[in-house]
Design a protein around this ligand. Structure first.
Ligand code: NAD
Ligand code: TDX
Length: 338
């Protein structure tokens, strides 16, 4: 779609994480002339290798905390847009210790929107479909922009809180903001704590995959490249004050996804362990993407989930040095949570 807003200097928070780094690489590839400053604390989930090798005149990394208001103010002042990815993003961690989620997801967002208000900078808030809670497996409905908020986990409740701050700042202060709520992302560079990379790397390590509960929980999968292209559309063409749901019609049960991974990796389809269910485990997420398609003409490219998965698996096989250091640490953390 034709751009209504053409940012030249973007502050990307969390740009060393999975989705933020994909967005940075996507913008370098697709949008010449745009400079990005990445602000990232480099927590366990942030890896500077995710943006290594990009041209220095296009991408600059500042290591710091989004809760540091003085730093945030300095960086926002010289940007013409902020795209905010930085978050504590993993549900299991939020159940074990919610404190960093409240701090980063709520207080960090507050610091950013206050700075954007002060310098009148365009702000885009990257959020999740989990703010809407869950749907029953047999419910014909999907989430829309009008679905009431009903978050279930410490993670999703802090994301919901941050969305609410943004909405209030739009209405009260006229903050030039948009929000997008996306479904489950997959693709290269996703941390090995998350479902798909955990199972792929378990198999690569000779360990059995682990399925929570009955495995019938449904997630709505989207390739991370499609999320990045959707974010660009919303940032440049989205209407101020609006929320856009992003999804690619990718509903699959966890057991279906796991069997697809086992199949592609040449393992028997029952070679996995069932383990204790996640407390409060959301049953089903599903996005109705009608609004972003109709208003912004955005459409996903990776419409075949099994093909996208079959392309993602070799990436992990070929990039063991990238994930190996995090693998042991992650499994040790899981062992304490079991
Ligand atoms: P991630 O955990 O891979 O990356 C998070 C990044 O934020 C890391 O680089 C980390 O170092 C950084 N960070 C954390 N705390 C910080 C702080 N206080 N200051 C500065 N940087 C900090 O997460 P992700 O999966 O890439 O998710 C990115 C965003 O997208 C999050 O806001 C998440 O809620 C949202 N989202 C994720 C998904 C998904 O499927 N992963 C789906 C929808 C929305
Ligand atoms: O080992 C596992 N076994 C398992 O069965 C893990 C890690 C997960 N699961 C299940 C739990 C979920 O039903 O797989 C599903 C996906 O789990 P996660 O990868 O932890 O994702 P989810 O909890 O759905 O949240 C993700 O999507 C929305 C992201 O982590 C969030 O950041 C995003 O907002």
């Amino acid at each position: 779609m034709t751009s209504a807003f053409s940012p030249r200097r973007i502050l990307v928070t969390g740009g060393c994480g999975f989705i933020g780094s994909n967005f940075v690489r996507w913008v370098v590839r697709e949008q010449p002339g745009v400079h990005m400053t990445v602000l990232d604390k480099l927590t366990y989930a942030g890896n500077p290798e995710n943006i290594a090798g990009l041209p220095a005149d296009r991408v600059e990394l500042v290591v710091g905390d989004i809760c540091d208001a003085a730093l945030v103010n300095r960086l926002v002042e010289r940007a013409d847009a902020v795209v905010h990815f930085a978050a504590e993003s993993h549900n299991d961690n939020s159940i074990a210790d919610p404190e960093p989620f409240v701090r980063t997801n709520v207080n960090g967002t507050y610091a950013l929107i206050e700075a954007c208000r002060k310098y009148d900078v365009r702000y885009h808030h990257v959020s999740t479909d989990e703010v809407y809670g869950d749907l029953a497996l047999d419910d014909p409905a999907r989430f829309t922009e009008e679905t009431p908020y009903r978050p279930s986990s410490p993670y999703s409740s802090t994301k919901a809180a941050s969305d609410m701050l943004v909405r209030a700042w739009v209405r009260t202060y006229g903050l030039r903001a948009t929000i997008s709520n996306c479904s489950n992302n997959y693709g290269p560079y996703q941390h090995v704590e998350k479902f798909i990379p955990r199972q792929i790397t378990n198999i690569l390590c000779g360990m059995r995959p682990v399925l929570y509960g009955d495995g019938r929980n449904v997630r709505d999968w989207i390739h991370v490249d499609d999320h990045s292209s959707a974010l660009w559309e919303v940032l440049t063409c989205g209407r101020i004050g609006e929320t856009y749901l992003v999804g690619a019609d990718g509903e699959r049960s966890n057991i279906e996804v796991l069997r697809a991974i086992l199949h592609v990796m040449g393992r028997p389809e029952d070679e996995f362990d069932r383990v204790r269910d996640r407390p409060g485990h959301d049953r089903r997420y599903a996005i109705d993407p009608t609004k972003i398609r109709r208003e912004l003409g955005w459409w996903p490219v990776h419409t075949d989930f099994e093909a996208g998965l079959a392309e993602t698996i070799p990436w992990y096989r070929d990039n063991e040095p990238w994930w190996r250091p995090a693998k042991e640490e992650t499994e040790a953390k899981y062992a304490t949570q079991a």
